[in-house]
Design a protein around this ligand. Structure first.
Ligand code: PGA
Length: 284
């Protein structure tokens, strides 16, 4: 896993958008299309702003971009009419921040339908579509303060597929305070689905993310440490410890991915630098 520690949120957004644009250009040249996994939340907003700017300057085209979003809330459509058009839904969020401003084809956009009658069938359809498109070339992910990726909360199965998942009480309460709804479940890619992306780009900014980024870095420090030789997975105690650590911080799966990069600002990297001086994150 590579680390790119930048000064602030603007630099994080620029670096992430640049990487996404590079992959769009490379894969479009190579195979005529590119498959992106996208994320919602406050962290990617500036990344999308930057991509929209690059698109307007004709530096990147979305004509051959296919997208799959990580997750979507499940709400009762009778109780919340029009929910999926509002920007608190992830459908509405993506339209507002990216899709309405670029030349992506509507049929290439895939966001899980939280109101689907048969949620299992909807999740299977989503997985099938990802397969049909040849897999995800680059998956963008934010990280929750508890390490969640998409809505894969701590203790999510590491090989999990797209499914309906229960939100933690913390997430439900945050939504209740912020919005006029309190979904109790969501449809989300599983950690297994995310892990299959050919490249994963994790973005994080702000001091609130410092503890979890510190935790993620500490796992990496363990793996990279001089004691690594003693920490082989053949040792049942070590295997148990690492498995537990990964379960408690789902983002740990990035550590085992062959092409994962975290772009974090200095505030989010705060505890990583303080607590784990060795090894220093590698700035690219
Ligand atoms: P945030 O959420 O970008 O709003 O901090 C990230 C996440 O929960 O994945």
């Amino acid at each position: 896993m590579k680390w790119n520690v930048v000064h602030n949120e603007d630099e994080m957004a620029k670096a992430a958008a640049q990487r996404i644009a590079d992959v769009i250009r490379r894969e479009t040249l190579r195979k005529g299309k590119v498959v992106l996994g996208l994320a919602t939340g406050s962290t990617p907003i500036k990344v999308y702003e930057e991509l929209v700017r690059m698109h307007k300057e004709k530096k990147v085209s979305f004509e051959n971009v296919v997208t799959f979003n990580l997750d979507e809330y499940v709400v009762d459509k009778d109780q919340h009419p029009g929910f999926y058009n509002k920007d608190i839904s992830y459908h509405g969020f993506m339209d507002k921040h990216l899709f309405n401003h670029v030349n992506i084809k509507p049929e290439n956009i895939h966001v899980l339908h939280g109101m689907a009658e048969d949620k299992d069938a909807e999740c299977r359809r989503f997985e099938q579509l990802i397969k049909q498109e040849g897999g995800i070339d680059l998956q963008l992910v934010g990280i929750g303060e508890n390490g969640h990726l998409g809505f894969c909360e701590p203790n999510s199965p590491l090989n999990g597929r797209t499914s309906e998942v229960k939100l933690t009480q913390q997430t439900i309460d945050v939504n209740r305070q912020k919005f006029d709804f309190a979904a109790e479940t969501a449809l989300s890619m599983g950690l297994g689905t995310i892990n299959e992306a050919k490249e994963i780009l994790l973005i994080a900014n702000g001091a609130k993310k410092a503890p979890i980024i510190g935790d993620l870095a500490s796992g990496i420090a363990v793996a990279n440490s001089a004691n690594h030789a003693e920490l082989t997975l053949d040792d049942p105690e070590t295997a148990r410890t690492l498995a537990q650590h990964r379960k408690n911080n789902p983002a740990m799966l990035l550590k085992y991915h062959s092409n994962a990069t975290a772009i974090v600002d200095e505030a989010a990297a705060g505890q990583m630098l303080d607590r784990y001086k060795q090894p220093q994150p590698v700035a690219r």
